[in-house]
Design a protein around this ligand. Structure first.
Ligand code: ZN
Length: 238
C-alpha cells in the first residue's frame, strides 16, 4: 500500500494510528494484521487476532489455540447476528459457532475465523427481507433469488489471507459446505480433510437445513444428533 510513503510528513495522522498498530506486519492483498491479545473464554484461552480489510473497512477476527502449524482443525464462520447472538431458530449458526469453539478447546489446538459477512454475505437488512418472504412460505434459497440476491455471496479470499498470515496453510476444515472447501482451495489453502460439523435440526431450522442439504449441496445426514441445540448439551454423535 502507498499510505506509508504518502504520510511520511504526517506520521501521527489519527486515521493511520487506528490502522497501523505496532503489530502490523503485512498488508498483503489489502488485509492487515491490526491487533492481537489473549482472550479467555468458556472453551479455553485463545489468541485473538484482528484483521482489517482495507477494501471495505471491515474487521474480522481469528481465534487460535495451540500449535496450528499443520493440519489443525479450522472453522470459517460467517457472522450471523440473529443466530450467533439472539438465539434465533431460523438457522444453525449459533450452535455451529459454539460447537467449533468447543472442539478446538477439547483438542487444545485449532483456529476459528469470525468473518463479518452477515447473511451469507448479503447483509442484515437483506437477510431480514428474505426472512419476511420465508414467513410467507418461500424457502431460504428462493427468497434470496426473488430479492435478486446471490444464494451465497460469501468470498473466502480474505479468510484465506488471514490464515496465510498466521502461517496456517494446511488445515482440516470443520464444515458441511463443499463450496467453502473449494473457496479456500482457490485461494491457496490446502484443505487436507473435512470434519463434519453437523448439529441436530430443531423445529424452525429443520426446513432451513433441509434446503441447504437438498438445494445448496451441504452434506447433512439428519440422522444421529450431532449436537443438542436447546440445552447446549454438546454430546457428539459417533
Ligand atoms: Zn444464521
Amino acid at each position: 500500500m502507498n499510505k506509508t510513503n504518502n504520510n511520511q510528513d504526517k506520521p501521527f495522522s489519527t486515521d493511520d494510528r487506528m490502522i497501523e498498530s505496532p503489530l502490523e506486519n503485512s498488508d498483503a492483498n489489502g488485509v492487515i494484521r491490526a491487533a492481537e491479545a489473549p482472550l479467555p473464554t468458556d472453551y479455553g484461552t485463545f489468541t485473538a487476532v484482528v484483521y482489517h480489510d482495507l477494501h471495505d473497512n471491515k474487521e474480522h477476527m481469528l481465534l487460535k489455540m495451540g500449535d496450528v502449524d499443520s493440519g489443525a482443525i479450522v472453522r470459517v464462520h460467517s457472522e450471523c447476528l440473529t443466530g450467533d447472538i439472539l438465539g434465533s431458530q431460523k438457522c444453525d449458526c449459533g450452535s455451529q459457532l459454539e460447537l467449533a469453539l468447543k472442539k478446538i478447546g477439547e483438542e487444545g489446538k485449532g483456529a476459528l475465523l469470525y468473518m463479518r459477512q452477515e447473511g451469507r454475505g448479503i447483509g442484515l437488512a437483506n437477510k431480514m427481507k428474505a426472512y419476511a418472504l420465508q414467513a410467507q412460505g418461500v424457502d431460504t434459497l428462493d427468497a434470496n433469488l426473488q430479492l435478486g440476491l446471490p444464494a451465497d455471496g460469501r468470498d473466502y479470499g480474505v479468510a484465506a489471507e488471514m490464515l496465510k498470515q498466521e502461517g496456517i496453510d494446511d488445515i482440516q476444515l470443520m464444515t458441511n459446505n463443499p463450496l467453502k472447501i473449494e473457496g479456500l482451495k482457490e485461494h491457496g489453502i490446502n484443505v487436507l480433510d473435512r470434519v463434519s460439523h453437523e448439529i441436530v435440526a430443531i423445529g424452525e431450522n429443520d426446513s432451513y437445513l433441509k434446503t441447504k442439504a437438498e438445494r445448496m449441496g451441504h452434506i447433512l445426514t439428519f440422522n444421529g444428533a450431532a449436537v443438542a441445540v436447546k440445552d447446549r448439551d454438546y454430546e457428539l454423535a459417533v
